[in-house]
Design a protein around this ligand. Sequence first.
Ligand SMILES: *Cc1c(COP(=O)(O)O)cnc(C)c1O
Length: 950
Amino acid sequence: MLDALGYDTVEALVQRAVPASIQVTPRETSDIPPAATEAEALDELRVLASQNRTMRPMIGLGYYDTFTPSVISRNVLEDPSWYTAYTPYQPEISQGRLEALINFQTMVTDLTGLATANASMLDEATAVVEAMLVARRGSKSTSNVFLVDADALPQTRALLHARAGAVGVEIVEAELSAGYPVDESGTPVPAFGMLVQYPGATGRVWDPIDVAAVAHGAGALVVAAADLLALTLLRAPGAFGADIAVGTTQRFGVPLGFGGPHAGYMAVRSGLERQLPGRLVGVSMDAAGHPAYRLSLQTREQHIRREKATSNICTAQVLLAVMAAMYAVYHGPEGLRAIATDVARKAQALADRLRSYGLSLASDSFFDTLRVSVPGSARRIIDRARERGYQLLWVDDATVGVSVDETTTEGDLAAVAWAFGLPEGEFLGEGEQGERAVPFAEAVPLAAVPASLMRTDDYLTHPVFNTHRSETAMMRYLARLAERDYALDRGMIPLGSCTMKLNAATEMAAVSWPEFSRVHPFAPEVDVRGYLAMIEQLETWLAEVTGYDAVSLQPNAGSQGELAGLMAIRGYHRANGDLDRTVCLIPSSAHGTNAASAVLAGMKVVVVACDEAGNIDLDDLRAKITQHADALAALMITYPSTHGVYEHEVLEVTQAVHDAGGQVYVDGANLNALLGFARFGDLGGDVSHLNLHKTFAIPHGGGGPGVGPVAAKAHLAPHLPSHPFAQRADHAGGFVFDGGPISAAPYGSSSILPISWAYMRMMGTAGLRDATAAAVLSANYIAVRLRDHYPVLYAGEDGLVAHECILDLRPLREATGITVDDVAKRLIDYGFHAPTMSFPVAGTLMVEPTESEDLGEIERFIEAMIAIKAEADAVAAGEWPADDNPLVGAPHTAESVVDGDWAHPYSRETAVYPVRSLVRAKYWPPVRRIDQAYGDRNLVCACPPVEAFA
Ligand SMILES: *Cc1c(COP(=O)(O)O)cnc(C)c1O
């Protein structure tokens, strides 16, 4: 590889590629310990795990223990064919997860009683904020008030307060069960939207139908944050007038994980579907006329609408959405109803028992959660429960909360009753006062819930929810879907900007350990010391490698880290009295999330031009800085740039912004090109997000989960994310954050942090540096080998690229008519996932091999790209017609070549075995090319009838 590039050592190559002015000399002392072996890292993780106490959480507040069916944990959560896949932007090789996601959408629409659901939100609290923004766009009211149920989850209320100001919304809390608030004259207060929690945070089940009607009369849209398990028994939000339903699907078999990752959900009534944020799967058609799934409206948010975007969601929670959907597929409607009934019965049995001893409840109408009145003794009861291994919720000195879930046993109920002072044995039916015992099995579920609130309609009637009832059938269904998808377990996914590196098995191991997975996010500090120690180490290590002072791991994706970082900049300017600093400069080449996040942080986006070499146009930057001098809040840049180039002028750029009083945000998505060689903090960055699911080995999960830590210099630290339930106020380095929450859980998607911890622990600083060097070497090798076939669009001063390279396919199109789409689809026939298409430049492919691909796989890719170029040349030479050749016909299914009337001018062998090695190693796409133009409006976004596939 070095010979092809003309360098003697990898070090020499990278020294040349990375501008000398920004390079750091490797540190002599480091907080990052020298690399551990796999066995050592696992041993250390076991010690950390043992410092978490495995208690039985009965805290509730949107998080419940659940049984993950083993067939799902083994065949989805722990199966690389699911967890190493990328977001389904290439639908032909993503039919398996797209089907799983359409199951998810169908599950959510059925249970919520609304028309259309998307394929996952980041968590419940952020989904409520997104719903608030949908309501504002959908409402005709000119009010800026969003009415919030006083009985909404406390973390949701905190997040709403933290986010509302930046987008000009006023949050007004009201006791909605007492009716819609009115002014002195009895007129309903104006609002564009209203949030009801159903059932409430206190567990109360009440009927929002009247308050929803008044809200509609006042021009407000109604958002219901609803518990999906409760909805199997209770009337659906769509039936009481909700326009939007949101929530979490955590309790559908997704482990608690100290807060995540979990899939949130959103569903809307018809008329609002085009306002849905995030991803939406629909049924389209392939070139052979067969139904096939694809994302609809897929690029609108990130790549087209930019500053007009209404949501910044990019990485979502696909793997967890798949798990939740499969939980519903496996249990089916009867199974879910039985689980919910069992939960309600257990809660009822406990309530009956407590009341029979004279205790009273805040509400007698509940599903799974009780608020028990215990004047003066809440603390003592909670301590007694802890003695027996149970975590209850301290509400105030006079109130204890208890939430029951599918894992709760009679023994658990007896122990909890004992904590409240009741004789334990009796509860189990062994006592002498048998007449006062309420046998668990005889309790009447939902005894005090009015009949009008009970659900009477059918749901999940589609065959997919009624077929896979045995473990054998379920295992085969999951294998069948995985077989249709191309993930890292099959070959390279050279997606530029996405860093699809190895997710090593050792790194993944701890995710499923119960000490990490069955932990409630609001558990007391003493129960989660292992987690907190790991988090503090990771914060320290990430601060060191990025050159920042403080790190928050709370954001659930890169986009959320961006938002947190920009909110910190906003908070900083405001604290300095600079209320007018609201302009955010963003280069035209930026990722779409940048502009969207700026808008959500209340900033005005001003685009800075790029020159022909792909670098920021310094003259334009200076002009824009001068023009907006007093209003300048921030510059957002990506380094190395999204063009895959180390811009030499970066220090001048950041200096110019600082001189004008602005802050510098460095998008850290390309950190895999820099780690160990340069640090954002040293480049003049004030704040960055990292993508642990890119640079730090967390798998992409088919489009999530992710972790997007935000890292900042000390002056911004006070404005980084905080959380009302954080177990500790301070972070590594002693910093205390006070920016308000950016996620529902204090440490975000904690259960996948062991992956990045293990990655860093096993790499050490030297290993991280080596990985960068290998990634840069591989990208440059591909660039040099393909240069004669496809022009490499941008390069630095020495003709070198960073960790990715952009191949320009526009000349090919001019010469041969073959498009970037044709090449991407033909790569499927060769057994590859296409590189990133048309980002950041239309008509190009951006290739990022990462350090994880060996030379054999890289050569296979180069060979395929060269062969494809030759095929295109053959088209140009007239050997094959422009409208009938292996490129425009790609991808080829098995069915397409067994067709008896094969009438193409190229052979069947050319179609499916263009290189010999494929004969023994073929990935067969399940569908032919999917029509992207087939109108989004026509897409059906729920499971299609089985006959469609006949
Ligand atoms: C991936 C990416 C993002 C967004 O990160 P998510 O984790 O997907 O939200 C932002 N900027 C760039 C340059 C990226 O590549």
